[in-house]
Design a protein around this ligand. Structure first.
Ligand SMILES: Nc1ncnc2c1ncn2[C@@H]1O[C@H](COP(=O)(O)OP(=O)(O)OP(=O)(O)O)[C@@H](O)[C@H]1O
Ligand SMILES: O=P(O)(O)OC[C@H]1O[C@H](OP(=O)(O)OP(=O)(O)O)[C@H](O)[C@@H]1O
Length: 208
């Protein structure tokens, strides 16, 4: 039997994602919190789990190095990868917003400077609203940008709202709700159809 490879996003959603796999009876040998290993096999050897930086999960799945991926909608949208998005795993819930100084009126700025870890998502949002923008790609601490004048606003993830609040910023527009999704390689979906369908069925009933 072919092994099914799952690329799972490292970081804050990893633990809940693994718990969900455990809920459908999939357990991995030698998997523990402090391990630096990146490849694990399920106890029955039917599934190989690879730990991948969240932003890279869509690439592994699109290229067929992984049959399935477990990753946030944020990274799926930004990657624009040619994969099937099959299931909302209902974990890692957060949302994309436009944030900035609470007194800022977006419509008053001719060409808005937008800092983001997600420039494609930012561009697509402002294309819809008709606002002309210039994007500035950052890799973290995005909330700093409007504070020190690098950008007018940010497009970023908000979960508790604490980071915005502690930096004196407010939500100016809501962009999109985010959660962790299951993505599938298009070729694998055809060639390993039975096993992938049965995996999906188990996940769906665990989520009900
Ligand atoms: N407060 C949050 N901030 C960022 N991502 C969150 C938050 N809550 C849930 N998520 C989800 O968790 C996923 C993984 O987040 P995590 O911060 O671990 O990865 P990352 O953004 O690649 O981090 P880094 O670039 O710092 O390594 C995100 O892609 C998003 O879908
Ligand atoms: O609404 P909150 O609960 O405060 O969460 C949102 C914050 O968390 C994320 O940052 P992260 O911790 O990944 O840090 P970085 O992007 O600055 O590396 C995100 O980019 C926000 O800054």
């Amino acid at each position: 039997m072919d092994t099914i490879t799952i690329a799972l996003a490292k970081g804050r959603t990893a633990e809940d994602s693994i718990t969900l796999l455990n809920d459908i009876g999939i357990y991995f040998n030698d998997l523990h919190e402090k391990s630096r290993k990146l490849v694990f096999y399920s106890t029955d050897k039917a599934i190989r789990l690879i730990f991948v930086k969240a932003v890279d999960v869509p690439t592994y799945v699109e290229k067929g190095s992984a049959d399935l991926g477990v990753v946030g909608k944020d990274n799926i949208l930004e990657a624009q990868a040619d994969v099937y998005e099959m299931l909302d795993l209902k974990l890692g819930k957060c949302k994309f917003v436009v944030a900035g100084d609470p007194d800022l009126e977006l419509g008053t700025i001719q060409r808005l400077k937008v800092a983001s870890k997600y420039p494609i998502i930012a561009k697509n949002h402002f294309l819809k609203t008709g606002q002309s923008i210039e994007t500035i790609k950052l890799n973290g601490s995005v909330e700093l940008a409007p504070l020190i004048g690098l950008a007018d606003v940010i497009v970023d993830i908000v979960e508790t709202g604490n980071t915005l609040k502690e930096n004196g910023l407010s939500v100016l527009e809501e962009v999109e709700n985010i959660s962790t999704r299951l993505i599938v390689n298009k070729a694998s979906f055809a060639t390993k159809s039975d096993r992938i369908q049965s995996f999906l069925k188990k996940l769906k009933s665990a989520l009900e």
